[in-house]
Design a protein around this ligand. Sequence first.
Ligand SMILES: Nc1ncnc2c1ncn2[C@@H]1O[C@H](COP(=O)(O)OP(=O)(O)OP(=O)(O)O)[C@@H](O)[C@H]1O
Length: 255
Amino acid sequence: MSAAGNTPGACDPPALRLSGITAGYERRSPVLRDVSLTVRKGEAVGLLGPSGCGKSTLARVAALLHRPWAGTVHLAGQPARGWRYRAPRAQRTFAGVVFQQPRTAADPRLTLHALIAEPLRATGRAVEATDRVGRLADAVGLGPELLTRRPHEVSDGQLQRACVARALVLDPGLLVCDEMTAMLDASTTAALVTVVEDYRARTGAALLAVGHDRTLLERWCDRTVEAAGLGAPDERSRTPRARETTPAGTPASGT
Ligand SMILES: Nc1ncnc2c1ncn2[C@@H]1O[C@H](COP(=O)(O)OP(=O)(O)OP(=O)(O)O)[C@@H](O)[C@H]1O
């Protein structure tokens, strides 16, 4: 289910199809009610909405990290048959995820090199780590000297660069970016958006980007979805974006 090598086409199944998703936590009333959302292969969809409306919950359901109470998740046309570590490996690794807070998403004991290589080790592909981690670290703008440091020895922006590299290391067909740039400065935001877009242009991967920054998401994505009252996000298409538009209007530097 890797995106690499696939040619986007009208006949391809959507990268993500959420149908009738109802989800929540413990015994509280559901956060999401009967939500449906489709992200086509190669498409970038931005999910906008006020704090607490359930955007992150939806992102976690899409990445098979949170089990819904009802509804189905299809990844690349295949219904999710299990969740988290019980899901078939191809489904678990189809979605690469980047969270808002790199410090809570990174094991503090690992060097950045080990952090980026973590999914390779977890899937029995550790032998590929030297090559892949080196290339991805270069792409996200992390020099070799930073790869030997642990999270407490780097800045938030540097750690988020490592988390983006980790999300890409298994060549996902879908990237789920949950407020990936919320705590970053403008140049790091531009650099990481460019890394994601370069990856998508090369592989045909789809993107579900969650955030509050309407300007960024409208520039970055093919369309945005208003998630207000995510009981049922209406899929209003907005501002189709030419594929070649520079994300966020900023340079592609690796600063
Ligand atoms: N692990 C959890 N346990 C219990 N309730 C949770 C949990 N995670 C989120 N919630 C609740 O679910 C609701 C939706 O949270 P969610 O994080 O999905 O919203 P959001 O739209 O992403 O918010 P924000 O934009 O502030 O990140 C909130 O009321 C939140 O308190």
